[in-house]
Ligand binder design. Structure first.
Ligand SMILES: Nc1ncnc2c1ncn2[C@@H]1O[C@H](COP(=O)(O)OP(=O)(O)OP(=O)(O)O)[C@@H](O)[C@H]1O
Ligand SMILES: [Mg+2]
Length: 403
């Protein structure tokens, strides 16, 4: 008789390279990490993004075992490493300061860790050659760090980690000491490297452009907690809350406080937001991305209109971020590089109305949900839908209290 095939039970850690479960870490009475769960998939490039002091380095150090958590658990490649020494965790780490040995050549710096790990001598040279070729370091192998530029030193620091063939590489702001051009170049090299190697990378930065361009997924941190964990595209279009909305974007989203009266938003500008279920009189915040604002004759048909005075123009060639004011409220727009604007001028901003959106009220109060798309995806109402501009309900006493 044919027996029913029984699938082996899948471990909840299958396909997960690093799993962090509720680590607690405090400096004295100040808790820096807490209430945090994060699973990093095998081969994923995960970026931890957040403002200075939000706990990014602390979390990375926790994973590396450099700052052990007092509670919680950490798993790497299926093993519980919560109490393991850093050297037992199968990780490599690249720091912001290159931390190279000045008396050793590039080759010496790269082979040092391998010799310590008792890698057989005849394996060391091919591994160095492979890693050096990945970041174009071959011509520099005999030089000492003092004879290298900042970018070259950082490449050595990255290569020194790669050469160890680790499952998980951790990077703590490795590019932040470099100038903008070098940063952009190394960013591309890192991405290419990850595509070729396919190992798990966890990368800390406070630069959202770096995060958006490098990451498979971004974890946005604030106060030791993750605010949103999603792809760059999702974070841009379906931001989880006002903090994320105001953090991502260049310039970030304008968040205009105001009141909703029926379907009309009254604030620094007036907008018909028919389609939302926020009826009655509510405090609300209208979020508008600078790049969604149009101006000039071509945009005259767009129904939402507001006059703003130009304060500062920052021409960047392809496009031009402009600081304007709607009455007293600062409002930033990103215009086409061809648009000619100057300080003092009054601009007429135009906006497309948002795309149709169904809104459902789940519970009587604060738990409104925006629903959109055929799959009825839902996000809490303090969150924005994937709109050209987005409306957010907020109750008294202050919308800030809900962040
Ligand atoms: N040794 C320490 N003693 C006390 N507080 C500390 C210590 N190290 C870090 N902190 C505090 O812990 C919090 C998180 O620090 P952490 O270095 O993880 O931040 P970060 O997100 O990496 O910031 P940055 O982007 O500036 O590097 C900060 O508020 C910081 O002041
Ligand atoms: Mg840090």
């Amino acid at each position: 008789m044919a027996q029913a095939l029984r699938a082996e039970p899948r471990s909840e850690l299958d396909g997960i390279s690093v799993s962090i479960r509720d680590p607690t870490l405090a400096y004295g009475v100040v808790e820096v990490l807490g209430d945090l769960k994060l699973d990093v998939n095998e081969g994923e490039f995960l970026v931890l993004l957040g403002d200075s002091g939000c706990g990014k380095s602390t979390l990375l150090n926790c994973i590396a075992g450099l700052q052990p958590a007092t509670k919680g658990q950490i798993f790497i490649s299926g093993q519980n490493v919560t109490w393991a020494e850093p050297s037992e965790r199968g990780i490599g780490m690249v720091f912001q300061s290159y931390a190279l040995y000045p008396q050793m050549t590039v080759e010496g710096n790269m082979s040092f860790g391998l010799k310590n790990a008792r890698v057989p001598r005849d394996e060391i040279a091919p591994r160095i050659a492979r890693a050096a070729s990945a970041l174009q370091l071959e011509p520099l192998l005999k030089r000492k760090p003092a004879a290298l530029s900042g970018g070259q030193r950082q490449r050595v620091a990255i290569d020194r980690t790669l050469v160890r063939d680790v499952d998980v590489s951790l990077f703590d702001e490795p590019l932040s000491n470099l100038n903008a051009k070098l940063r952009a170049e190394l960013r591309v090299e890192l991405k290419r490297l990850h595509q070729n190697l396919g190992n798990t990378m966890i990368y800390v930065t406070h630069d959202h452009i770096e995060a958006m361009t490098l990451a498979d997924r971004i974890a946005i941190m604030r106060g030791g907690k993750i605010q949103q964990l999603a792809t760059a595209d999702d974070i841009y279009r379906r931001r989880a809350n006002l903090y994320v909305a105001g953090f991502i974007g260049s310039p970030p989203m304008n968040l205009l406080p105001g009141r909703l009266d029926g379907n009309i938003f009254h604030g620094p500008l007036e907008a018909d937001v028919t389609g939302y279920d926020f009826t009655g009189r509510l405090r609300a915040v209208l979020g508008i991305r600078p790049e969604h604002v149009r101006t000039g004759d071509a945009a005259a048909a767009l129904p939402i209109r507001a006059e703003a005075r130009v304060e500062v123009v920052e021409p960047m060639g392809a496009d031009t971020p402009v600081w304007t004011r709607l009455g007293d409220t600062p409002f930033r727009v990103r215009l086409d590089g061809e648009d000619r604007v100057r300080a003092g001028q009054v601009l007429v901003h135009r906006l497309r109305p948002r795309q149709p959106v169904a809104v459902r009220r789940r519970h009587r109060d604060a738990d409104l949900r925006l629903c959109h798309g055929e799959d009825d995806e839902t996000v809490p109402a303090t969150l924005f839908g994937p709109l050209r501009h987005a409306l957010c309900r907020c109750d008294p006493p202050s919308w800030r209290a809900r962040l």
